[in-house]
Design a protein around this ligand. Structure first.
Ligand SMILES: [Zn+2]
Length: 653
């Protein structure tokens, strides 16, 4: 995976490093063999020091019957090195049919200019299981500032970032569905490009698909466009490749405000618009707190239940799991989160996956501010406590080297970066800074940070540099550089963390103790509790409960039948732990109908702890696996069915 780490590239990075304030560079942890190079993307083959993609033009034929995208992509590249004779792109599982270079031909007497494309030699390097194959294109050396190349290609049905759903796997059940999930390095499985977050490009796209289906993208969408099978998109702001997103299906639109709306399948669109009715006020709150919203509209696409993550912050059009539709807006902090990425992540982006905490830690912090402003401080404090509990549980399972913010991912799947650490520990770090410098100063710092790095991709070291100048030096004697480095590079939760508490959980603790002691009946429990209080109640019950207690709780509160996907998941975990059979039919249905990793992976993990649970898990998994997204399958195969990973239908990752 380091084949393209040329001497030239080493030299450039070393130079970039010494230009930073002395000390921040040295902060990077040294691996056993060699020190990590901040800013070097170990998960891309692209020779970004010689060429940089600035614009992408796609023409894609989406074939739902054969689960294939037949694509032509034209890349506009800024040439940084006139001597360079090769462009190296990232691909995974793509069949490349032709590569050509743009040349301008003057046509004889008419003297009319016409664009012509000249075929270029290319080859694919041996594939790496994580990174895919480098596509190496030969180009003559040139002093031109811009080069354009065109690639004709086909995807495979098992492409890592694509999930193809049969009509039966959708809510409407009569038309197929396709959606993409490109983060972190899936874009290369459906577009040949420089698949690294440090390269930003604008894009245009023409999508051809069946009449009656609608295509939507992370770009300007036109909800009034007829569903005639031909769609055009423009993304005028430069974005990293992992934010290029596409969905095709029987999708309808409903407005929720002047610049917000919801796309979903017909049967979902009404409920989704009701659930996400506060989106417009969330955008207004975000602008008030963090500066202008720079992406035009903010729409939400609700996906079928197999969507593997809670939400994906594709710019202008967040992709969201339907499992956050609870009927009472109690789980919409996911929307606040994806919207917050419009500042942290989409506007200011991590330069490599080592720096992903800059995306996620900032976003959880911003999410909490939006939640507090729209739904009140109490809701925010409850979510912060639940987040801390999730972090602590996760830290218990992670090796020390994976408990740090600036994680070393060399030779590893960058998907491993997405533990609770960048999210919740990242949030705690920013909360620590806010508490030290005060909200007013810290808000001003955030504003300046988003302005300064707008539409740029940055490293942990560049953040540190900005932090030093704009906060640590400006208000000296409050936080030291060593404290910052401890947060970023030491395992666990630093001793100076400001840990959240919530008074709303005090009555829950009392009620739980009383119920466990037999002095409070289950039917009197939590008559006025909100979702977060129920989650706190369930997540903090002792591991072992009596069958009688489980039955009493279930009968009184109807937990097995809960329509709230998070409460249901907490309950099912308890049911598995205690082999509470009345919940098992619902457990099977849950595992077969939902593909969100955060919800189902812990349930399978709990099942796999006992022989009878293992048998149940294997039986259900065999039925559910074909409906899961490749990312979910990749997380579950090693745990539940290692043999399945060798089967021919294994999705590429
Ligand atoms: Zn996020």
């Amino acid at each position: 995976m380091l084949r393209f780490r040329t001497g030239l590239r080493h030299a450039t990075l070393a130079l970039a490093c010494v230009t930073l304030r002395a000390g921040w560079c040295a902060a990077a942890p040294a691996a056993a063999d060699s020190p990590i190079e901040p800013g070097f993307d170990y998960h891309s083959y692209a020779n970004v020091d010689q060429f940089r993609v600035t614009h992408i033009e796609m023409d894609l034929q989406v074939d739902l019957d054969n689960k294939v995208i037949d694509g032509v992509v034209a890349l506009e590249l800024k040439r940084l090195d006139p001597r360079a004779t090769q462009v190296v792109l990232d691909t995974k599982g793509l069949t490349i049919n032709d590569v050509s270079q743009k040349a301008t031909d003057v046509l004889g007497a008419t003297a009319k200019s016409q664009t012509v494309w000249v075929s270029r030699p290319f080859h694919m390097d041996k594939p790496d299981p994580i990174l895919g194959s480098a596509l190496v294109i030969d180009l003559p050396p040139s002093h031109k500032a811009v080069e354009s190349i065109k690639i004709e290609y086909l995807t495979v049905p098992t492409a890592a970032a694509l999930q193809w759903l049969t009509p039966k796997q959708t809510a409407g059940r009569h038309k197929g569905f396709l959606y993409t999930q490109s983060e972190p390095i899936g874009a290369r499985s459906w577009i040949p490009l420089q698949d690294t977050p440090q390269v930003r490009a604008t894009y245009t796209a023409t999508i051809h698909t069946d009449r009656g289906l609608r295509a939507v993208m992370s770009a300007e969408n036109d909800p009034k466009h007829k569903a005639n099978g031909e769609y055009s998109f423009v993304m005028p702001q430069p974005i990293p490749s992992y934010l290029i997103a596409l969905a095709v299906g029987d999708i309808e639109f409903k407005e929720t405000g002047p610049r917000t709306g919801v796309y979903a399948e017909k049967s979902m669109v009404g409920a989704a618009a009701k659930e996400f009715a506060d989106t417009e006020s969330m955008v207004a709150t975000g602008e008030k707190l963090f500066g202008p919203y720079r992406w035009g509209r903010y729409d939400i696409l609700v996906l079928p239940p197999s969507f593997p993550v809670g939400g994906m912050e594709n710019p202008r059009l967040s992709f969201i799991t339907p499992t956050v539709i609870a009927g009472d807006k109690s789980l919409v902090s996911v929307i606040a989160h994806e919207l917050a990425h419009s500042w942290s992540g989409n506007l200011v982006t991590n330069a490599t996956w080592r720096d992903v905490w800059l995306n996620e830690g900032f976003t959880v912090f911003l999410e909490s501010r939006i939640t507090a402003a729209v739904y009140g401080e109490q809701r925010e404090s409850m979510e912060a406590v639940l987040g801390l509990q999730a972090l602590r549980e996760n830290l218990g399972k992670l090796e020390p080297k994976d408990q740090v913010l600036a994680i070393d991912l060399r030779d590893r799947d960058p998907d491993l970066a997405f533990s609770e650490v960048p999210y919740q520990k990242g949030r705690l770090f920013l909360r620590f800074l806010e508490s030290k410098f005060g909200r007013e100063r810290f808000d001003a710092f955030l504003h300046a940070y988003f302005d300064h790095f707008a539409f740029k991709s940055i490293t942990t070291e560049q953040f540190n540099e900005f932090l030093q100048t704009n906060l640590l030096d400006r208000f000296p004697g409050i936080v030291t550089r060593d404290q910052v480095l401890t947060w970023e590079h030491a395992p666990g939760i630093p001793a100076d963390a400001v840990l959240p508490t919530s008074s709303a959980f005090e009555p829950v603790d009392q009620a739980r103790a009383a119920w466990l002691a037999g002095t409070l009946a289950a039917k009197k429990l939590g008559l006025d509790w909100v979702t977060q209080q129920w989650l706190y109640f369930l997540n903090n019950l002792p591991a072992a409960l009596q069958p009688k207690q489980l039955a009493e709780l279930d009968d009184a509160r109807g937990l097995t039948r809960s329509q709230n996907a998070e409460i249901e998941q907490s309950w099912l975990k308890i049911a598995i732990r205690n082999n509470y059979q009345p919940s098992y039919p619902r457990l099977e249905e849950y595992l077969k109908s939902i593909g969100r990793r955060k919800l189902i992976v812990p349930l399978y993990a709990e099942l796999m702890k006992t022989p009878s649970g293992t048998a149940f898990a294997k039986r259900v998994y065999a039925k559910a696996r074909p409906g899961y997204h490749p990312d979910t399958v990749a997380a579950l195969d090693p745990m539940v069915d290692p043999d399945a990973a060798d089967a021919a239908d294994t999705p590429l990752r």
